[in-house]
Design a protein around this ligand. Structure first.
Ligand code: NDP
Length: 479
């Protein structure tokens, strides 16, 4: 037994993670893959790394010092269950099995419960940053027990990305908390990407700027408060010229966005928790809309305005779009953190929201300077009910809300779809409203279903006798 950590599953993510682990002082890494071929390839291609290869689960277990700790990086779903079952056979109580794949958090809750009965610890860990992150330092969101964190914490800290001197990993909470937070991270990523795409589309169609010119605008934005990995890569993508046609690559790429499902999970979960993550939902739906060419073809003749001429001062409009993007981004993150807050309450996880914003500052796709502002907001008020109500963000809205309205108006007038921009603005106006038409909805519900309502001026539950003499009676609340 000479290895302190093992990796099961040596496809691209697992082999990069194993190399990352092996490159850090103090780690000796046991490696195992279902078919030995991938193990051999890793050994051949990276003789510099000191791996302890195993060809059976028994050998793998024997090569690990106790408590044995193994990270599974295999296809999510059934393969993960198969590997867990095999590890349980050869591991002992006190050992730790970590699932680093993209598991759906209810599966993680189920697995943790089942594995715990054997006395073995099970940790679902969200790992963000793709192949490059796995190799150079990802952002890691582990759940699981406090006991496993004692052993696992130092190992994960050794391989995580570092942001402002701090490793991008924290013990998120028990059982499925890590995979839950990773799921919401991906949902926020969807919203952030969609907002950037809308900003590009608005500038291009309303001002006629070329992709190369817009690339320079994004590069400029990346030097200010919007500084982020996603803005940076957007400039790179827009700058790219297709070698075959000589056209901007963005004009050659088929405009149908794919998805692997984590955005949909985030929205489905938010719906069941009753949390309005409208920015993430619009971003997910925008991908769905794009990928139905048959529907787009039959709807293409529907009337709409001409986008040209809607903007008379392009530079002013571009600055408005920048401000609208920033404001909408604050809403998207505020909604995402609201979902984490609600998830923590529902599943009884003690999640430090400020710590989450900090571990997203490095290694992951949504890394951005902006996350420091979120950390500041939670440092000031740890139980902040609405993130975007914090003083820093309120000030940002003071600077941006008029521009935001001009951009959403221009989008509507020009017939340019901006679902994430406009739904974020609606959320903003909804959450800050003094009175909402929800009062009327309650009246309607009481009319057709006797669902009752409460009054602003006295305690109790009431019902109006709509089909009778329309007097009000005090009712027993049945809902
Ligand atoms: P894949 O998802 O392509 O999975 C391939 C690996 O799974 C191989 O090692 C394969 O072994 C193993 N495997 C498949 N079925 C079984 C089984 N029944 N029993 C044992 N092993 C099995 O690999 P990736 O490296 O792309 O991804 C690994 C995990 O990381 C996934 O959960 C994925 O969702 C996640 N991921 C995360 C990313 C991120 O940015 N965080 C990016 C990409 C992936 P064999 O060689 O024998 O076939």
């Amino acid at each position: 037994a000479s290895a302190n950590i093992g990796v099961v599953g040596l496809a691209v993510m697992g082999s990069n993670l194993a190399r990352n682990l092996a490159s850090r002082e103090g780690n000796t890494v046991a490696i195992f893959n279902r078919s030995y071929e991938k193990t051999r390839t890793l050994l051949d291609e990276h003789p510099e790394a000191e791996f302890v290869p195993a060809s059976t689960y028994e050998e793998f277990a024997a090569s690990l010092s106790k408590p044995r700790t193994a990270i599974i990086m295999v296809k999510a779903g059934r393969p993960t269950d198969a590997v867990i079952d095999s590890l349980i056979e050869v591991f002992e109580p006190g050992d730790i099995i970590v699932d680093g794949g993209n598991a759906y958090f209810p599966d993680t809750i189920r697995r943790e419960k089942a594995v715990r009965e054997t006395g073995i610890n099970f940790v679902g860990a969200g790992i963000s940053g793709g192949e490059e992150g796995a190799l150079r330092g990802p952002s890691i969101m582990p759940g699981g027990s406090d006991e496993s964190w004692v052993t696992l914490g130092p190992i994960l800290k050794s391989i995580a990305a570092v942001a402002e001197g701090e490793p991008c990993v924290t013990h998120v909470g028990h059982d499925g908390a890590g995979h839950f937070v990773k799921m919401v991270h991906n949902g926020i990523e969807y919203a952030d990407m969609q907002l950037i795409a809308e900003a590009y589309d608005l500038i291009r169609r309303a001002t006629g700027k070329t992709p190369a010119e817009i690339a320079e605008i994004f590069a400029e934005w990346n030097r200010g408060e919007l500084e982020s990995y996603l803005i940076e890569i957007t400039a790179e993508v827009l700058r790219q010229v297709d070698a075959e046609t000589g056209k901007p690559l963005v004009d050659i790429i088929l405009d149908q966005a794919g998805a692997k499902g984590t955005g949909a999970w985030t929205v489905q979960t938010a719906l069941s928790l009753g949390v309005p993550v409208s920015g993430i939902a619009e971003a997910t739906f925008a991908r769905s809309l794009s990928s139905h060419p048959e529907q787009r073809a039959v709807a293409a003749h529907l009337p709409g305005p001409d986008a040209t001429g809607v903007v008379d001062d392009p530079d002013a409009f571009i600055e408005d779009v920048r401000l609208a993007l920033y404001a909408s981004k604050i809403v998207a993150y505020s909604q995402g953190f609201d979902e984490i807050r609600a998830g923590a309450a529902e599943y009884d996880w003690n999640i430090d929201l400020g710590a989450i914003s900090k571990i997203w500052r490095g290694g992951c796709i949504i890394r951005a300077q902006f996350l420091n502002r979120i950390a500041d907001a939670y440092a000031e008020t740890p139980d902040l009910p609405v993130l975007m109500s914090a003083p820093y963000f309120a000030e940002a809205f003071t600077r941006s809300q008029e521009a935001w309205r001009r951009v959403v108006t221009a989008a509507a007038n020009a017939g340019i779809p901006a679902p994430a921009f406009s739904s974020s603005l609606s959320y903003y106006d909804g959450i800050r409203a003094d009175r909402l038409p929800a009062a009327l909805v309650q009246g309607q519900r009481d009319f057709f279903g006797a669902h009752t309502y409460k009054r602003i001026d006295k305690e109790g539950t009431f019902h109006t006798l709509w089909s009778g003499d329309r007097t009000e009676i005090e009712a027993v609340d049945t809902h």
